[in-house]
Design a protein around this ligand. Structure first.
Ligand SMILES: [Zn+2]
Length: 191
């Protein structure tokens, strides 16, 4: 395992345990996940997977393997492009690392609860931007809530169908991946 400078655990440019109130989760919508060069507080550059949020007041979060796996489980897709627009719930977990217990950001293994949308307000599809229409027996509000519960974002009927098809595609890398649960050498980028 590579050695980790303690300052790297608290990069102020990225979301860290410091950003959450004790005992309080943070719900945020993913805008994009991408590989990025980041500079640690020790000046060392390193390429990391970074998750950005729609709410720009929330700092980007460096994703480790544990959290990527959680998002994949919650949204049934390993493709980072398909994570865009989805809500996740972040919490602080105490993990053993470097012979010590440190606070680490973790993602809850479920879709966060959604705030009730205002009645009679138009709701727009998170993917195509069109107003969500009633579908079958569901009015637009129900349709928005139903798709959110299943996909972590409110969708129109067409986009919900596309999303369902995507989630049915098997993960081509699943077999190759060794099963390593728990904490491993992957914990270098805890914040
Ligand atoms: Zn749509």
């Amino acid at each position: 395992m590579d050695k980790t400078h303690w300052k790297k655990l608290n990069n102020p440019d990225y979301l860290g345990a410091y950003a959450l109130q004790p005992g309080q989760d943070l719900v945020a919508t993913i805008s994009i996940v991408k590989r990025e060069m980041i500079t640690g507080a020790d000046g060392k550059k390193e390429e990391c997977t970074v998750m950005h949020f729609s709410d720009k007041t929330i700092k980007p979060m460096i994703l480790n393997t544990t959290n990527c796996k959680t998002i994949q489980k919650v949204y049934k897709t390993p493709y980072i492009e398909d994570w865009n627009g989805r809500a996740i719930q972040i919490y602080i977990d105490n993990v053993k690392a470097f012979g010590d217990v440190v606070e680490a950001l973790r993602i809850r293994p479920f879709i966060p609860k959604q705030n009730e949308p205002a009645k009679n307000e138009p709701i727009f599809c998170a993917d195509c931007g069109q107003e969500i229409q009633p579908y079958g027996k569901m009015d637009a509000t129900k349709m928005a809530a139903y798709t959110y519960e299943n996909y972590g974002k409110s969708l129109c009927a067409d986009c919900a169908k596309a999303e369902k098809e995507k989630s049915e595609i098997k993960d081509p890398l699943a077999e190759k991946e060794e099963v390593t649960e728990g904490e491993s050498g992957d914990e270098n980028n805890e914040n």
